[in-house]
Unconditional design. Structure first.
Length: 341
């Protein structure tokens, strides 16, 4: 019989196949893509992109000329939101409207034409993480912005486009996204009732049971969530409580790079290089005012969610808000642990 499982953070229900869970091989597919045109992200093609915002060449964060870089941040050529202008908050009857103000940037993760972040070296990935942190800290200075979402779309079916050069994106918004608010409010309710962080409790329970733990390092843990929405969905969480991704210590960056690479390699090798979406969930920018949320540093916990695109969301999911996961997270974790890297 399937199980209805409730997410302990936001209260979302998921239908999970337990007794008749599909086998991992049922999800293995080739990642099909057709590269299109000249790649503007390779070294030597910098003239094809807008002028860089940030260029890093090594872990010491030296800023270099655009022809000598390892990680490069550029404005998106087709931005969803634009940085110039005022918000101009206004109403149209019952509707609220803002100008489309924000920031949309692309983090080019290597000068080489490599498609999957899993194939980068750990030091290179650590440098990508440094670029994330640097851009968060810089965008926090802009009082118009409340949130920055860092995300990666790998593979055409995950929204990655036809140019298979490893990159991620960030979008700064003048409002906090509803998906993030659900986590924030859920974490706050849990803290108010128990005076503990729900993510910290979750980590301790997962370490104790070991049923859904895929990988562990000194500072991080990779799990398949108890109420997984998608087959082989994985989360990477810091063991030590921290609500802000941009507060990562230097020593933690390489450890995060290590577990991120190993997690992505297991997905690549175990599932034949699937398309996936990767999302960094961190706390919004805090600016003290009346009604300021004073416990967010204690009740929220940043984390990374990675969701392979192995099934399609259909009418039932859209109509109910339920998700249907056709493989038990426990089986997915066991399979990923056994993948030879």
């Amino acid at each position: 019989m399937p199980e209805l499982r409730k997410d302990p953070i936001i209260g979302r229900w998921v239908i999970v196949s337990v007794e008749h869970s599909r086998k991992p091989k049922d999800f293995i597919e080739n990642l099909s893509f057709v590269e299109e045109g000249e790649c503007p992200f390779c070294a030597g093609k910098e003239y094809l992109t807008p002028k860089e915002i940030l260029s890093l060449s090594d872990s010491r964060q030296k800023y270099q000329k655009s022809t000598n870089w390892q990680v490069r941040v550029i404005p998106s050529q087709a931005p969803l939101l634009r940085i110039e202008g005022d918000l101009d908050r206004r109403g149209k009857g019952v509707f609220d409207v803002l100008n489309g103000i924000g920031a949309h940037e692309v983090i080019v993760e290597s000068p080489q034409h490599i498609s999957n972040m899993a194939d980068l070296g750990e030091e290179n990935i650590a440098l990508v993480i440094t670029a994330y942190v640097e851009r968060l800290r810089d965008l926090e200075k802009d009082k118009r912005f409340k949130y920055v979402l860092i995300f990666k779309n790998y593979g055409f079916s995950a929204g990655g486009g036809r140019i298979m050069h490893t990159r991620s994106q960030l979008i700064a918004t003048p409002v906090t996204p509803i998906r993030v608010k659900e986590e924030l409010f859920g974490s706050k309710r849990y803290f108010e009732f128990r005076e503990r962080c729900v993510f910290c409790d979750l980590i301790m329970q997962e370490i104790a049971t070991k049923q859904r733990v895929v990988l562990e390092t000194d500072s991080f843990i990779t799990i398949t969530p108890f109420a997984s929405r998608f087959p082989f969905e994985v989360w990477i969480l810091p063991r030590n409580h921290n609500c802000d991704f941009m507060n990562l210590r230097e020593t933690e960056k390489l450890d995060l790079a290590k577990i991120l690479k190993r997690t992505l390699l297991r997905l690549k090798l175990g599932l034949n290089d699937p398309a996936y979406n990767m999302i960094v969930h961190t706390a919004p920018f805090r600016r003290e005012k009346e009604g300021y949320w004073k416990t967010i540093d204690q009740d929220y916990h940043w984390h990374i969610e990675i969701m392979p695109r192995l099934i399609q969301v259909a009418g039932f999911e859209w109509g109910t808000g339920f998700y249907i996961c056709p493989i038990a997270p426990e089986d997915a974790a066991q399979y990923l642990k056994e993948v030879q890297v």
